[in-house]
Write a protein that binds this ligand. Structure first.
Ligand code: GLY
Length: 433
């Protein structure tokens, strides 16, 4: 089977690795990812966020199945362009992926179809309404409606010290985008639950916790994600009922999208928060998470190609996942995320990585004259997988030491101390109710 994968990050490296096990893989990338190109029979470079450019790049070529991975490609209608070229598609259409690229639409869909989990929220278009809502809600989350690479949401307490600062940020978004989503602040622990969807059915993957903040102890600015861990079918701070509730929300969303006439086929990513009052929806993505894809795909038993095919055919064959634990740590350029050192050489010691059982996924790096160079974004994901979280963390941490050059990582991700803080915090929140 000939499969076309669109995308060139570490997430797509993890997808490519699994697909290449049992299909003939082809890749379309904005920039050459050296690892994906090695896994592919052929690859092409074009602006993958431009559906017309994608159409031109694949003109005259034939594929059986297509998967467009990054959010911006979905919003640009790349899945639709692949469908028009006559292949089966395992990623959502532009209309279905609106659940990610329009946060106001997402809240409307939940409300219209009675799906649980939304906090108080309002989309406003004027500064007077923004101020009214902020005063009404007290602590708030101010969210741009569109895609921001995970860096646009600002929250009282973390980013604003008073309502005026929240209002100023809301005004700036109204000026730029014409509107802004303001939500009451929700308090709890975030987790990711991803699902394969075939337009009607939903099959969930192991839950994962990502770490958005740049620095140790969850401090510093937001990033695309500094690392993540999973621990079988549950996370240490969650109850089984939290997973069941989150799963029900994912199922309800897929049902709602079908009723709306935009059935969701592909990977639906739910960003949830476990709170003292139950599960709340932070947002949905229409794709695998990055880094979460590295966690879950390393646990998938069986063929990703078969799972994609079954989704695309509307006959989802629910895959099985191993119960092992995983930890991913992202290596990022020195100075990231504020002043990242780009165009610096990094040396990957593949033998050292293999010897310590760690896996490396290439993210935003490029190759020139046989050297691997950094860009301004995350450079490599390092994965540890083992029967216990402690061992998975040890492997990932050790693996980070086999990439030499001006890169750094958060060494606290996946450690017992950080996870215990999450457990204690969740316990104290639940006790208060
Ligand atoms: N890990 C966050 C995201 O993929 O959006």
């Amino acid at each position: 089977m000939k499969v076309l994968l669109i995308g060139n990050g570490a997430r797509e490296h993890a997808i490519a690795e699994r697909l290449a096990q049992d299909c003939e893989l082809y890749a379309l990338m904005s920039k050459k990812n050296p690892a994906i190109s090695q896994l592919s029979k052929a690859h092409w470079i074009c602006d993958i966020e431009d559906a017309e450019a994608v159409k031109k790049a694949i003109a005259g070529k034939e594929f059986d199945l297509g998967f467009s991975s990054p959010d911006a490609t979905l919003a640009a209608g790349v899945s639709d362009a692949l469908a028009a070229a006559g292949m089966l598609i395992a990623s959502p259409s532009k209309a279905a992926s609106r659940i990610e690229w329009d946060k106001g639409f997402m809240r409307t869909i939940l409300k219209r179809h009675g799906v649980k989990g939304s906090p108080l929220h309002e989309v406003v278009t004027s500064s007077s309404d923004a101020l009214r809502v902020i005063k009404d809600y007290g602590d708030v989350a101010v969210k741009p409606l569109g895609l921001t690479g995970g860096k646009g949401v600002k929250v009282s307490g973390d980013h604003f010290t008073n309502p005026e600062e929240a209002a100023d940020y809301a005004y700036s978004l109204i000026e730029k985008d014409g509107s802004v989503l303001i939500e009451e602040k929700i308090i709890g622990e975030e987790f990711t639950l991803q699902a394969f969807c075939d337009g009607s059915r939903v099959s969930v993957m192991p839950p994962v916790q990502d770490h958005k903040r740049a620095f140790e102890g969850d401090s510093g600015p937001n990033t695309g994600g500094m690392g993540s861990y999973s621990a079988g079918q549950l996370l240490p701070f969650l109850r089984q009922s939290d997973i069941e509730d989150a799963k029900k929300i994912l199922q309800d969303v897929v049902r709602a999208m079908k009723k709306e006439g935009s059935p969701f086929t592909g990977v639906l990513y739910g960003q949830f928060m476990a709170t003292a009052h139950g599960i709340r929806v932070v947002e949905f993505n229409a794709r695998f998470g990055d880094p979460e894809a590295m966690n879950v795909l390393s646990l998938l038993n069986g063929s990703l190609t078969d799972t994609f095919l079954s989704m695309a055919e509307g006959q989802l064959d629910a895959p099985v996942f191993s119960d092992e634990c995983t930890v991913v740590k992202y290596l990022v350029p020195e100075g990231y995320p504020v002043q990242p050192l780009k165009d610096a050489e990094v040396i990957v010691d593949s033998i050292g990585l293999e010897d310590c059982n760690a896996k490396i996924y290439y993210a935003s790096v490029y190759e020139t004259g046989g050297k691997i160079m950094t860009t301004s974004s995350r450079a490599f994901g390092i994965l540890g997988k083992a029967a216990t979280l402690a061992d998975a963390e040890r492997i990932a941490e050790k693996g980070c030491g086999f990439v030499h050059g001006p890169v750094w990582h958060r060494s606290d991700i996946g450690t017992a101390a950080l996870i215990q803080r999450r457990i204690d915090r969740m316990r104290s929140l639940r006790v208060k109710t």
